[in-house]
Design a protein around this ligand. Structure first.
Ligand code: NDP
Ligand code: ZN
Length: 180
């Protein structure tokens, strides 16, 4: 069991790593916000709103988009952060070589097979993205497209109900902002 100090160092190392990997990327909102704000938001949701303070979960949250959206490989993560964190990131990463509709369908099908820690990251990711869609959606997205995203996110989360009461109620709250 690691000490609190070691946990803190690990989480800060993951933050540094993710900030470096995402340094040239922006989110899709109108202001093109710095990409790293999104993984930091996941940590804030987990830690401050849901009381999830497990260092491996927080690291995986910080790193969750590095493999999908940067040059980072799973081997890089294993070398830097060990097998457990690598596996958590792997669990929540889509295979970007697949067509979008297939990836979306696979997220629904795979969700129930995720480990509990990966589910925590997945829930925080969906909460963050729905909140962003409500207040700062990707530029150019129609209301219809935003609605489709809300509906799809709920189909994913419905597969993992019963995992974490607070995260699920934060998700439901975020989902209540679905455009009508
Ligand atoms: P994308 O995967 O292209 O975009 C959504 C992803 O972008 C999010 O999951 C998030 O992923 C990331 N993201 C970056 N910035 C933001 C932001 N400001 N707010 C929210 N998310 C952000 O879209 P999808 O392929 O998921 O399409 C969404 C839905 O729209 C699907 O159901 C699809 O079928 C439908 N669609 C509709 C079209 C239409 O014209 N009606 C056209 C194409 C798709 P991450 O956290 O991983 O960065
Ligand atoms: Zn994400």
């Amino acid at each position: 069991m690691q000490s609190t100090n070691d946990d803190l160092k690990l989480v800060l190392r993951a933050l540094h790593f993710a900030a470096d990997k995402h340094r040239y990327q922006r989110r899709k909102d109108r202001e093109s916000s710095p990409y790293i704000n999104h993984p930091i938001t996941l940590v804030s949701i987990l830690c401050h709103e849901a009381g999830v303070i497990d260092a491996e979960v927080l690291c995986a949250a910080l790193l969750h988009d590095t493999v999908e959206d940067t040059e980072t490989s799973l081997a890089d993560l294993e070398r830097e952060f060990g097998h457990t964190i690598r596996t958590l990131v792997e669990e929540v990463s889509d295979d970007k070589t697949l067509p979008r509709d297939r990836r979306k369908q696979l997220q629904i099908e795979h969700a129930r097979h995720l480990s509990v820690k990966a589910r925590h990251v997945k829930l925080a990711d969906k909460i963050s993205n729905l909140r962003d869609l409500a207040v700062s959606p990707p530029s150019g997205w129609s209301v219809e497209r935003r609605c489709e995203y809300f509906d799809w996110a709920r189909r994913v989360v419905d597969q993992i109900r019963g995992t974490h009461e607070v995260l699920e109620s934060l998700f439901d709250e975020a989902h209540s902002a679905r455009p009508r």
